[in-house]
Write a protein of this length. Structure first.
Length: 415
């Protein structure tokens, strides 16, 4: 059998094309891993590669050679609100043509929309809501999904290996990959309305953050996390490991050891292998990393933020390389070597040294490395940040690390 009219061929190609594309765009099976669908268009590749063979077999029986080779044409496929262009086969001529009349055939474009936007979030699925101080956007796979005004508070839930962007009981979008929220303009901060981290007298909730916030599921901890990604130097502005009224040199000491701690872990794959973040905020039982309280903390404690800015890029180095700098609130007369605290590490720059300012006191913290109490007392007596750090971390000097463009991912809370 030979079809004579191009329109018949196009109709037949469409009949074959649509079921294949529909099958390819169906959601990932429930048993698949959470990352199996991050490249939401990867499942289209195999069906499209099969399509050319099916078209040739259908349009040209095996005992009859094709009159003209099928031409590759562009097919635009709209999957869950995002358009990508892939290669597909479309036959647009079937009649023999004279050699002199042969011209490149015009491509046939087919648009197929697969829209799961109305699929509801399963009942009882935990969700994390988000707000902002100005306009902000939601993105998935680097593509913009939706814009929101300051007064809006959308949320993200995770079920059946997919992410649901919802607002007011209405599903706006369903994604195979994590959903990220970003400010539309510089100076806009993001908030997590469902997260509580009150200040000392319970008057302010420190739940505002610089940078972006990604809602991402972890198969390791089996939780949906709100992960704050921001520049490392901005992260240090929100660290709350020192008292705001301490001397300038002590605040510089704390900024430098906090930066050294973070740089070390970033250079070694993060402190939490297998998780979609590198550090935790160490609030409300979420880890024992550095205490990070975000944008509101830096606004309420500007001297700590200024100390981070004044020491930008400065880290503790040993034999020319940045090193980890453990610290705790208060030892008892002397700091401890790692082995004394039960740690199985050998850091030659971290040894036990006398800490007379804490003699007779009850120890607070692990007691290894820098003494927060001792550092503050030394700074009040006139020692510089460099002198204090050289005392507690023997054989070290201060150096510079390229932190200006470095980012860090910090988990805020999960459920």
């Amino acid at each position: 059998m030979r079809l004579q009219r191009p329109i018949n061929l196009l109709l037949l190609a469409t009949v074959i094309l649509l079921p294949l594309l529909w099958t390819a765009a169906m959601p990932t099976p429930a048993h698949a891993g959470p990352d199996s669908g991050r490249a939401s268009f990867s499942r289209l590749t195999r069906p499209l590669s099969i399509l050319s063979k099916k078209l040739e077999k259908t349009l040209f029986p095996s005992d009859e050679a094709p009159v003209q080779t099928a031409q590759l044409s562009a097919v635009k496929i709209r999957v869950r609100g995002t358009t990508e262009t892939l290669a597909a086969v479309a036959v647009n001529k079937t009649e023999p043509i004279a050699e002199a009349d042969k011209k490149p055939a015009e491509p046939v474009k087919v648009t197929v929309q697969t829209d799961y936007a109305k699929e509801p979030l399963p009942t009882g699925t935990p969700r994390i809501s988000i707000g902002a101080s100005g306009r902000f956007i939601a993105k998935a796979g680097g593509k913009k999904l939706e814009s929101f005004e300051k007064a809006q508070q959308p949320a993200v839930g995770y079920a059946n290996t997919r992410y649901y962007l919802v607002e007011g009981g209405r599903t706006l979008f369903v994604s195979d990959g994590p959903i990220t929220f970003e400010p539309e303009a510089f100076g806009t901060a993001l908030s997590l309305p469902g997260y509580t981290d009150m200040n000392w007298n319970n008057t302010v909730n420190l739940n505002w953050f610089r940078g972006s916030i990604e809602m991402v599921y972890s198969s390791a901890s089996r939780r949906l996390w709100a992960v704050n990604e921001l520049y490392l130097e901005d992260y240090l502005r929100g660290i709350a490991e020192a008292q705001h009224d301490a001397s300038e040199e002590h605040l510089k000491v704390m900024a430098i050891v906090s930066r050294s701690y973070a740089v070390h872990h970033l250079a070694n794959g993060g402190r939490h292998p297998g998780e979609p973040f590198q550090l935790k905020n160490s609030r409300n039982g979420n880890g024992d990393d550095q205490v990070y309280r975000g944008y509101m903390a830096e606004q309420r404690q500007p001297r700590i933020a200024q100390a981070a800015a004044d020491t930008a890029g400065t880290v503790v180095t040993y034999e020319g390389r940045p090193v980890i700098t453990p610290y705790s609130s208060r030892p008892r007369g002397r700091t401890l070597a790692p082995a004394e605290a039960g740690w199985t590490v050998d850091w030659p720059w971290v040894v036990s040294v006398p800490d007379p300012d804490t003699a007779g006191m009850t120890r607070l913290g692990h007691g290894v490395g820098l003494s927060g109490y001792g550092s503050r007392a030394r700074a009040e007596r006139g020692e510089t940040a460099a002198q204090i750090l050289a005392y507690y971390f023997q054989g070290t000097t201060l150096g510079q690390a390229a932190t200006a463009d470095q980012k860090v991912r910090v988990s805020i809370f999960g459920q």
